[in-house]
Design a protein around this ligand. Structure first.
Ligand SMILES: C[S@@+](CC[C@H](N)C(=O)[O-])C[C@H]1O[C@@H](n2cnc3c(N)ncnc32)[C@H](O)[C@@H]1O
Length: 243
């Protein structure tokens, strides 16, 4: 049976593939003598930085920060991997113009205050540095896709391939029992289930929406320098979240 950690690795895989292709093309296509300095902002329990370090070893020098308690898990689980995990926000990082890459994996919409976070991130980058963010856009959810997904979710659950978590498992994994129940509510159309999920995640928790994030990126980096490199359905994350 897959462990929670295996599942979390699977959840990171699409962005990890994108991000390592970008590193390969930008830094490793020709001889690169210095390690690429990467700052991961909002690293949570630290898997993404760990995966990067496993793949690139001494070719990368990674600092991974998060103000939350999860970073203690990263320090405990990955103490010997060479990543410097710190309980911090970007404001605590004093080395301006010293990173080749600043990276956010599903964390920028959580960062308060957003304006100051983006301004400081820009300042932390070297002259030709790059900021990469994996983000959610709840307005991209359309009815057909949501119905396709909820039909499959219901089949998997009926077939016993998705397990209901115990209240203790919900608590340990930091997710909401109520939201999971909502996603499994067969009396509601798929579209309502997904909209409600995103509404809870972004609106109720007062997290930043994509248009607001894009606006801040445009202000700090300049509109012509900000690119949406790829748009993918984010549905695989639900399978992991729902167990
Ligand atoms: C959805 S989690 C993503 C965690 C991890 N990047 C991942 O992909 O599993 C969002 C993270 O952003 C962190 N966060 C919240 N406010 C932040 C801030 N001001 N600066 C950096 N990280 C922050 C949270 O503590 C949380 O770990």
């Amino acid at each position: 049976m897959p462990t929670e950690s295996d599942l979390r690795y699977l959840g990171h895989r699409p962005f990890f593939t994108f991000f390592s292709n970008l590193l390969d093309a930008r830094f490793f296509a020709s001889e690169h003598s210095e390690p690429v300095r990467i700052l991961e902002i909002g690293c949570g329990p630290g898997e993404f930085a760990h995966m990067l370090k496993q793949k690139y070893g001494n070719k990368v020098d990674i600092v991974a920060i998060d103000p939350g308690d999860n970073v203690a898990l990263a320090q405990k689980n990955y103490s010997s991997n060479g990543v410097e995990y710190k309980q911090a926000t970007v404001e605590d990082i004093k080395e301006d113009a010293s990173f080749d890459v600043c990276l956010f994996s599903k964390s920028l919409h959580h960062c308060m205050p957003l304006h100051e976070t983006v301004v400081k991130t820009h300042a932390l980058l070297k002259q030709h540095g790059v900021c990469v963010a994996e983000e959610l856009d709840r307005d991209q959810v359309n009815s057909k896709t949501a119905t396709w997904f909820s039909d499959r979710l219901d089949l998997l659950r009926l077939g016993g391939l998705i397990f209901d978590k115990t209240p203790e498992e919900h608590e340990a994994q930091g997710d909401s029992e109520e939201l999971c129940a909502h996603m499994f509510d067969v009396s509601k159309p798929g579209y309502d289930r997904l909209r409600e999920f995103y509404k809870d995640h972004l609106v109720n928790e007062e997290l930043h929406t994509l248009p607001i994030i894009m606006d801040e990126l445009y202000k700090s980096f300049g509109e012509k320098n900000v690119k949406v490199a790829s748009v993918i359905p984010f549905l695989h994350e639900f399978l992991i979240f729902l167990g």
